[in-house]
Design a protein around this ligand. Structure first.
Ligand SMILES: NC(=O)c1ccc[n+]([C@@H]2O[C@H](COP(=O)([O-])OP(=O)(O)OC[C@H]3O[C@@H](n4cnc5c(N)ncnc54)[C@H](O)[C@@H]3O)[C@@H](O)[C@H]2O)c1
Length: 370
């Protein structure tokens, strides 16, 4: 299944398929002027996937550490050095093979290499397929802050070979599922968008890799791609009011990730918890209907996420509130939260100078009620 995702003037061909693409497949979109050379970037866990896709004599390989800890400047330098060593010019192709960490770093490196090299992704995690590999945001973490430096630089081709999810640890499947639930909440097209049956079978994907389940997963990935495309195409650089809605639950989630220590809990775990908090905040501000909030929380609970507050990984409420405050500074002084609405979601802003609004956020994060 191939769909097109447009970011500003750049088109991304998204391939949701069973198997890995070959090097020739990947290079074929530049048929008129073939890239030379091609540099694959992977981590220690995705090397076998990169090896299976690359024609060894015709490509170079840069292997990074795995996990959030690798999303740093040193990794960017390694990629730039590997590109320089293999004689890459601006027409070179960088191919990231991995989850969101590999695609974020490689995208960033490609965007600054000689002011912009060609870029493709082989996304190998569920979270990458439904979210991180799409939409052009690249980033590295710096000064203990997530995604502190980054660019907008979409890949021109993104491959989502569902068969590679077979080796993905159960916790990572669960992490990606949270982002699928998020896009389903945002999707206003069908009444059963957050229907329990739609997701529940996927809990078993870690033990049951049957074709039926793989097909179901591929369908949900395609739906998530469609929903993300709708918001990104309307507002590529998040300057308007559309793309920001993809941050449903993420203000709480990012503060939780920072207060737990970067990489300590998975992004999806944090997002699920953040969505549960967003339901409470939305109810308190008259935006989330009680029944819809309860339905969403029940779904997240049934999928095995920790949705109670405070989250056990939260080091302290003070650190959590400090992280939120950092986030507020980036957003012109207001706390910005996306919460579920009657259909889809809405953005609400809270004034951090008002004690009453600060206390509302604090109480929700601490589980003291809204
Ligand atoms: N750019 C964006 O729009 C965007 C959106 C969402 C998240 N992100 C970023 O994505 C990152 C999280 O991505 P992630 O959850 O994919 O994490 P990840 O890239 O760290 O991958 C998770 C783990 O799975 C391993 N792995 C990957 N594919 C595998 C496979 N097929 N088999 C076995 N192991 C495999 C990795 O080595 C890693 O240890 C975060 O840094 C987040 O900020 C970016």
């Amino acid at each position: 299944m191939i769909s097109t995702f447009t970011f500003g003037g750049v088109k991304t061909a998204v391939h949701i398929q069973e198997n890995l693409p070959s090097l020739k497949n990947i290079q074929s979109i530049w048929a008129g002027a073939p890239p030379s050379p091609t540099l694959f970037v992977c981590d220690s866990n995705t090397r076998h996937i990169a090896d299976a896709a690359r024609g060894r004599d015709e490509s170079a390989l840069c292997i990074l550490e795995s996990g959030e800890g690798a999303k740093n400047w040193q990794s960017v330098e390694k990629i730039l050095e590997a590109a320089q060593k293999c004689g890459a010019g601006r027409d070179a192709l960088f191919v990231a093979v991995g989850g969101g960490v590999m695609t974020d770093i490689t995208g960033f490196a490609a965007s600054i290499y000689m002011r912009g090299a060609r870029l493709a992704f082989i996304s190998t995690t569920l979270l990458g397929m439904v979210d991180a590999a799409l939409g052009g945001k690249t980033a590295i973490d710096m000064f203990e802050r997530k995604n502190f430096a980054g660019t907008f630089y979409p890949a021109q081709a993104v491959y989502m070979p569902v068969s590679v999810l077979g080796t993905l640890p159960a916790a990572q499947i669960k992490s990606g599922l949270a982002e699928i639930v998020k896009t389903a909440i945002l999707d206003e097209e069908s009444d059963d968008d957050i229907a329990f049956e739609k997701f529940y079978a996927l809990k078993n994907f870690t033990t049951d890799k049957s074709d039926v389940l793989k097909k179901k997963l591929a369908k949900l990935i395609a739906e998530a791609v469609r929903v993300k495309a709708r918001f990104v195409e309307a507002d590529p650089q998040e300057t308007g009011e559309a793309r920001v809605l993809l941050n449903l639950g993420h203000t709480f989630a990012h503060a939780l990730e920072s207060s737990a220590g970067l990489g300590k809990i998975s992004h999806g775990e944090a997002v699920a918890w953040g969505i549960a908090r967003a339901c409470e905040l939305g109810l308190a501000r008259g935006k989330t209907p009680k029944a819809r909030g309860e339905k969403i929380r029940a779904l997240l609970g049934a999928l095995g996420y920790e949705i109670a507050a405070p989250h056990p990984a939260m080091k302290s409420l003070e650190v959590f509130m400090r992280s939120l405050d950092d986030d507020k500074k980036k957003k012109a002084g207001a706390f910005r939260f996306v919460v579920p609405a009657e259909r889809g979601a809405v953005l609400i802003q809270l004034n951090g100078e008002k004690m009453e609004e600060m206390n509302l956020i604090k109480n929700i994060a601490a589980g003291a009620g809204a």
